[in-house]
Design a protein around this ligand. Structure first.
Ligand code: PRP
Length: 172
């Protein structure tokens, strides 16, 4: 397994993202929405560096596949309600094809009727199928390899690694 972004790289970058978000969204209450499951580790680190009054909720979704093509996105449960005056920040671990974020953004915009900002830890543009708007990006990984760690899994494993690493054949 080859480390792509070390624990130290990540800590520094998360601090930088928090500074950007504090500068843009500070001053008022914030509702942070973490997308299960991959975002929980990133969200836990990020929110501890945010300085405005905030609360967090989680959103669960899954995608049914139709052969090799991704199928419809399904949301579990009710979306949490936003309180008056709250800004909304969605936290995702990765944007890959862009499908999840595109659908999620459309769904959240319709539900909340107010602007929703998006923070993604890892942007992987190599497989992008749809252009997506991301307000805050941690890292961009230009390669096409499968990366794990810091919330990202392979068959449910490796989410607990404190770094991002490129999966090698022997790790599968
Ligand atoms: C991952 C990730 C994003 C999505 C990104 O979720 O958390 O939600 O894939 O991929 P896309 O840009 O191609 O749509 P996954 O379904 O693996 O769930 P997980 O977070 O529980 O691992």
């Amino acid at each position: 397994m080859q480390v792509v972004f070390s624990e130290r790289d990540i800590a520094e970058r998360v601090g930088g993202l928090a500074r950007e978000i504090n500068a843009d969204l500070g001053g008022g209450p914030l509702l942070v929405l973490g997308v299960l499951k991959g975002s929980v580790i990133f969200m836990a680190d990020l929110i501890r560096r945010l300085e405005m009054p905030l609360r967090f909720e989680v959103v669960a979704l899954s995608s049914y596949r139709d052969g090799d093509e991704p199928g419809e996105l399904h949301f579990y449960g009710m979306l949490p309600e936003a309180r008056p005056g709250e800004r909304i920040l969605v936290v995702e671990d990765i944007v890959d094809t862009g499908r999840t974020l595109t659908e999620l953004r459309r769904h959240l915009d319709a539900h909340y009727g107010r602007p929703v900002s998006v923070c993604v830890f890892l942007n992987k543009p190599g497989r992008r199928r749809r252009p997506v708007a991301v307000d805050y990006t941690g890292f961009t990984y230009p390669g096409d390899g499968f990366v794990v760690g810091y919330g990202l899994d392979y068959a449910g494993r490796y989410r607990n690694l404190p770094f991002i690493a490129l999966l090698e054949p022997e790790d599968r």
